[in-house]
Ligand binder design. Structure first.
Ligand code: PNS
Length: 170
């Protein structure tokens, strides 16, 4: 029996987010978190209010394509309170990436709310690789919208899909 399967059973972590679209910053967190847990569920929020560029299905499909080499990573969608989703998945760890101090307040608020709703669930923060500390899905979309180069910011398949979304229609 492995160390990790003693006690609480299989260590399942959930990495929730909008992933509109997934960036190299997210992927860095996914790769590193996948090494720390037995199973990592990348959970994509179907957020009606955010008016995403990519549909839930597109975001999930793209995530599946770029995490296909990681056997303990799976991609799922949710439209619920995160804490309810955690219970459904029998998961006790939420993984979030922290890029800069500016992320902290929002993340603290979310982690504290989730803790209040379910003290059993812990939020684990991982510092984003400094190489990607400036990176966000919004910045990527901004650059792509004006036909800038996003090669170093997202995997090739995402770049291709961004090009399609922002193609000039004649
Ligand atoms: O990538 P994002 O947009 O920063 O991710 C935010 C996300 C999806 C983790 C957060 O908005 C969330 O968990 N939403 C689900 C609704 C919920 O549980 N809200 C209460 C926590 S404050």
């Amino acid at each position: 029996m492995s160390q990790s399967s003693v006690g609480r059973g299989l260590r399942v972590a959930v990495y929730p987010g909008s992933f509109d679209p997934v960036t190299y910053g997210h992927l860095d967190i996914i790769h590193r978190a996948a090494k720390q847990f037995d199973r990592l569920i990348v959970a994509v929020l179907n957020n009606m209010t955010k008016n995403p560029l990519f549909s839930l299905e597109e975001r999930m499909e793209l995530l599946r394509q770029v995490t296909g080499d990681l056997p303990n990573v799976e991609v799922d969608g949710f439209r619920d309170l995160l804490i309810n989703y955690m219970e459904k998945k029998q998961a006790h760890v939420i993984v979030r990436g922290l890029r800069a101090v500016s992320d902290f307040e929002y993340e603290l608020q979310m982690a504290s709310t989730n803790h209040k709703l379910s003290p059993e669930v812990e939020t684990f923060f991982m510092m984003t690789n400094p190489q990607y500390s400036y990176l966000s899905s919004s910045i990527v979309k901004e650059v792509a919208k004006f036909h800038g180069r996003v090669t170093d910011l997202v995997p090739p398949v995402i770049e291709q899909e961004l090009r399609k979304k922002y193609a000039v229609k004649s």
